[in-house]
Design a protein around this ligand. Structure first.
Ligand SMILES: Cc1cc2nc3c(=O)[nH]c(=O)nc-3n(C[C@H](O)[C@H](O)[C@H](O)COP(=O)(O)OP(=O)(O)OC[C@H]3O[C@@H](n4cnc5c(N)ncnc54)[C@H](O)[C@@H]3O)c2cc1C
Length: 462
């Protein structure tokens, strides 16, 4: 049964291991803000632990009172304030330390650090762990879903660099998950989302990385530029990766004014090989512009890798996303994609395409709870508006376009299922993976305390 303890009881139970912010406190409003707009759930309190003990006490407290526990780090999903009013938010952002061990080739970071802070710290040593394209995303959040970014084709997904994680499970126990310690839990946290516990510390491999060549290359949005970029990236060396955004051009200062409001193909690329070889590697992508009437903007330049991890700009928007995986994207599909973007009335609408392959596909599908490694492309169709009511009408559009682009291939990437839509569970965790996760959930979270996510229902062993 749910009971809401008064703030004094919360503070007493946590005994100085966490700050407790409740409605009415000055810092409460700022404390429960997340990166997405249009989410109105108001938590009963935001608890900010300073260490693993504080996390464990918060977990026990939520379990004892039957409260929904919403775990948040970087705040990029819609669930960082809980599914509904009255959740207890466990904000782990205070766990933001990082230790780099050059000898061991690892970095160990707190479960609340952001990808940007981690990457800036390792870059000082010429080292990197592969995350995504956005510095404000939480390291724990992206890792639990898999982690796809500029270095995935060369170094693998984020989970492929994870050596161990400290996890507070629903019973409040602190467990080290690694290949040698709770290996089943270690399998499940690599792709299974936040279903199995609170991650308080993560140890990753770090890899040597010097100057990269990267930035946006902007082409006119045509079927040939979209399909051509995807095709070139699929055939490219592993050191070349890009996040291709097909979108209506916003008024970016580096774009000619006549392009604003027209469809563009923005190839946000990263060459992580020898800088001297970058020109030749990027040339075929630049040449796509020759066929299309010119490259609209070319900001590709050498620089430090952390500079590529930008954060979302502007006020938070309410969004509807739909994730898909695809085996190919030809010109006919690209033409449909562009027509759908043209026809949508959403204030912001875009399709993001990431070419997988390379090191992502080197790992067997059943090695982790992320199983979509053989897909050529992972993508997201997104629409955004100022309010959740306004964006709701675009949900069907996003789903229909994603279904067209997946061309019959099932699948959803849990990191782009921001509102935990249960209809997508079997897409994210098909067949044996879903059954294995449900059994793990039965072991580590039998009462489904961690349900503010793409939720796997616990199944008890017979
Ligand atoms: C602008 C933007 C850019 C993105 N770019 C990429 C990208 O390039 N590549 C990619 O793979 N993904 C990307 N994502 C998706 C992102 O990885 C997921 O949304 C991820 O869950 C965000 O983590 P967070 O910590 O920032 O968010 P939060 O909302 O804080 O956390 C998301 C969920 O993760 C779980 N969680 C977070 N921290 C913990 C913890 N310490 N212990 C247990 N559970 C925890 C919780 O279930 C929580 O609901 C992007 C998302 C956005 C909005």
């Amino acid at each position: 049964m749910t009971s809401i303890p008064p703030p004094s009881a919360l503070r007493a139970a946590l005994d100085g291991t966490a700050t407790v912010l409740t409605p009415g406190a000055d810092a409460f409003e700022a404390a429960h803000q997340i990166r997405l707009g249009g989410v109105d759930a108001v938590p009963v309190a935001v608890v900010r632990p300073t260490d693993t003990t504080g996390v464990a006490r918060t977990v026990r407290l939520a379990a004892e009172h039957g409260l929904e526990l919403a775990v948040r780090s970087g705040g990029h999903s819609a669930l960082g304030r809980g599914r509904q009013h009255g959740a207890l938010v466990l904000d782990v952002r205070g766990l933001d330390t990082i230790r780099i061990d050059r000898g061991a080739g690892t970095a160990t970071a707190g479960g609340g650090i952001t990808a940007g802070a981690y990457t800036a710290a390792t870059a000082e040593h010429g080292l990197v762990t592969p995350f995504g394209d956005t510095g404000t995303v939480g390291v724990a959040g992206i890792t639990l879903g898999g982690g796809v970014g500029f270095l995935s084709r060369r170094l693998g997904m984020t989970i492929d660099s994870l050596r161990a994680a400290q996890v507070v499970t629903a019973d409040g126990k602190v467990r080290l998950a690694s290949p040698d310690s709770y290996p089943d839990l270690f399998w499940g946290i690599r792709g299974g989302g936040g279903n199995l516990g609170v991650v308080t510390e993560l140890t990753f491999d770090v890899h040597e990385l010097g100057t990269v060549v990267g930035g946006p290359l902007i082409l006119p949005g045509t079927p040939a530029s979209v399909a051509g970029a995807v095709s070139l990236l699929r055939a490219a060396p592993r050191e070349l990766a890009a996040i291709v955004m097909v979108m209506v051009a916003p008024p970016m200062p580096f774009l000619p004014a006549e392009v604003h409001g027209r469809l563009i193909t923005m190839v946000n690329l990263c060459w992580s090989g020898d800088v001297d070889e970058a020109e030749a590697a990027v040339a075929p992508l630049r040449a796509l512009g020759d066929q299309e009437g010119g490259v609209l903007a070319d900001l590709v330049a050498p620089g430090p890798y952390p500079g590529l991890l930008v954060g979302p700009e502007g006020p938070p928007l309410a969004m509807r996303y739909r994730s898909f995986f695809a085996d190919d994207l030809d010109e006919a599909s690209a033409a449909e994609l562009l027509a759908a973007l043209e026809s949508s009335t959403a204030t912001m609408r875009a399709v993001q395409l990431r070419v997988l392959g390379g090191a992502v596909a080197d790992v067997p599908a059943d090695a982790t709870a992320f199983v979509h490694r053989d897909a050529a492309i992972t993508g997201v169709v997104a629409a955004a508006e100022g309010t959740s009511a306004a964006v709701a009408e675009h949900a069907g559009w996003a789903t229909a376009l994603a279904d067209r682009l997946r061309a019959g291939r099932p699948g959803a990437y849990v990191n782009f299922v921001p509102d935990g839509d249960p209809a997508l569970l079997a897409d994210a965790y098909p067949g044996a993976t879903g059954r294995r996760l449900a059994a793990l959930k039965g072991t580590y979270d039998p009462h489904n305390l961690f349900r503010g996510n793409l939720n796997v229902e616990p199944v008890q062993a017979p």
